[in-house]
Design a protein around this ligand. Sequence first.
Ligand code: HEC
Length: 182
Amino acid sequence: MRGFLIGFIFAVIVILGGTYYLLKQGYVDFNADHEPSHTEMHLAMAAVDASTDRNAPQVKNPLTANEDTLVAGAKLFMDHCASCHGLPSSPDTQFGKSFNPPVPQFFKEAPDMAENQNFYIIQHGIRWSGMPAWSGTLNDTQTWQLVTFLSNTEKLPPAAQKELEPPASATAAAPPPAATKR
Ligand code: HEC
């Protein structure tokens, strides 16, 4: 029994020490254009999900999904989120593919998490991904407006859909800027 215990402790030290060495010496690559290993992806995603499950407070969305709320949510989404998470007219963003983990494209796949979890993620962001924490930028009401918007991406009233249209100047073929040289 004693021999087994010593062997076990030794093995744990070798594994931890080996992992620490590989990380410290730069043997693990962090390139966003490389697929992470299966283990890394599975572990990291499961850990983020479990942490969200554990930490998201059990609060109920105080807002109703009426036109005012959805229009306000759409405006906020357009200003802060669309460049990464996409729009109905351009559901695939450049960032969607070039980030790793990839940015969920909400107009291809509606976000299906519980509202208290989306509230928590929007407030706190997800470290080591591109998802920023918005608690310093948006207040609770604005965050709930976004949460309500995300729960209703597939049934937005026309007024909210209108907020998501790219400005006319962005779609018109703009002439190339005149060359300026100083
Ligand atoms: C710079 C890019 C970027 C911006 C801007 C951004 N996000 Fe994200 N967001 C991400 C990435 C990347 C993830 C995925 C993280 C992961 O998988 O761990 C994510 C994940 C999420 C999730 C979790 C989705 C899920 O199903 O797991 C929600 C909700 C979310 N974002 C909402 C928002 C909202 C609302 C805004 C605007 C206030 C916003 N994001 C702005 C990059 C961004």
